[in-house]
Ligand binder design. Sequence first.
Ligand code: MSP
Length: 564
Amino acid sequence: MPKIHITTPIFYPNAKPHLGHFYTLALCDVQARFNKLRFCNDPDSKVKLTTGTDEHGLKIQNVATKLNVDPQLFVNQLSLTFKDLCAKSNVQYDRFIRTTDTDHVAEVKQFWKNCAKDICINEHKGWYSISDETFYPSNYVRECLPGGKKVPIDSTTDFGVIDKTRHFVNTDTNNQVKFSVEQNYFFKLENYRTRLINHIEQNPDFIQPLRYSLSILTFLKQGPLNDLSISRPSKRLHWAIPVPKDKTQSIYVWFDALCNYLSVLGPLPKIRDPSTEEHELMKNTTHVIGKDIVKFHCIYWPIFLMSANLPLPKRVVVHAHWLNNGVKMSKSLGNVVDPIELLDKYGSDSLKLAILNNSSIEQDGNFNEDSLLEARNGVLVNKLCNLISRSSKKFNPAHAINYWQPLFKARHGCCKKVLSRIKRKKKPVTTVVYKNLQAIEALIEWLEKNYIKEMEAFHYQVVTTKLITLLNLANEMFQDMTPWNLTDVRDLKKRDLALFIAHEAVRIFSVYAQPILPDLTEELFETMLISEDERRDLSLCRLGYGSWYGQQHEDGLEILTRIK
Ligand code: MSP
């Protein structure tokens, strides 16, 4: 009775959603739906998908102040854009968590208290930029000399006592920085470094893909971890959760945000208790994250959990980024792809197929709209929907299925054995048909062996490629057999074979593809009269398996339209 929890990072709502956010959501939604499919016969199984918005922090505080609006009202509005993205993407989440939710605020305070033994207050000295609201390391700092020249600073100088008229900037934004000293709470990460190294070494799947696991290990083995600042003075950051028993300090946004993964499960004592479902869900959590936030999820987060005596997640899966025509998407370059526009135009199934079939979590993906047209028109309309409509308009596929299904089933879907029946007749099938049938059979065997493994590893592209090949083979075979010409009474069995294979390809494609294309596959199942139970049964993904199905559509079928 597996209990599975899949999480997306919670999104900063201050910018409009972009394709990267859609990607993270799609990866997780497909994983959750795949697990529901896989365990649909186990009534005790549970699959939970959570997402949400990360609403505290200086960025929101500053914009709200500038606009003179209450930050709470401001985030109420902003988080709706992400809820809308989920709705339009057909993402079936169980909880959309907002870090301003009251249960989350209480959970964060409790979590802080549970980590108290590893938290201490100390001075935070460093180069602070008021306009950027952040500290910069000294190698990012330049002194501006009177003539305008900028020179690196001497790190042995005590900048706490220097002449206040000297001017410094940072190399990132060129904004002024001042050496400042403030009180912060710090988390003693070093207390858990060895334990974390051991955990990662003993669980090579804890961080996936493997190269991130290896680079984190190399980093951890380099030497002691610095204390991590986990609070800011509340006079500077007030749009945040206050530190328990110290109103002068606010909790740092990342400490707050990471806790969302606990708040969505329930109170901490429940998660800690090994006899509870909450505990099982935590232990079987898969965090899906982009490669820019690895350090937070693979170092800080497990260490915080160890400190609070809570179970670690099962794994952190890291994905690469999306580029736009080879260039990294960024607001300043104005090349951010808006997923809402694409969803409105193409629909969520087509966008998911295009994105997932043209990327792998290992490598940055390159977006261009042609791939969307190809997914929609080339694959879904021409190869998938057309196959079903061509084989059900002029003919009655139910008759064909009724004849061929038992023959294939009796031979466990083995084409060779079935073909020997036709071969014995006067007019054998062509080499194309013979070869394609064998290739279809091999593909089906491959899917039977590898589908679960590949989907679990987020190798969706591997699966979609195979599924599209299945459609290609069936289409080619249909074209080669020209069933519309097979009118002679001696040819009818052969004609029926074309109809049967076309339907079987669509049926098997749909069972496997339903986590990616939930709407379209549901329509196809309806069209073919496949029962609810048999739609979800992976063990029926063989030629000839399952109950009798299929119906004629004399007026033709328009399941999906082409997009210009
Ligand atoms: N709020 C933090 C996460 C806190 S989780 C406890 C955050 N938010 S974000 O909105 O900036 O990013 C959310 C996710 O989108 C991250 O996983 C990030 O990697 C991902 N993406 C942002 N830009 C991306 C691309 N261009 N391509 C793919 N995903 C990218 O970080």
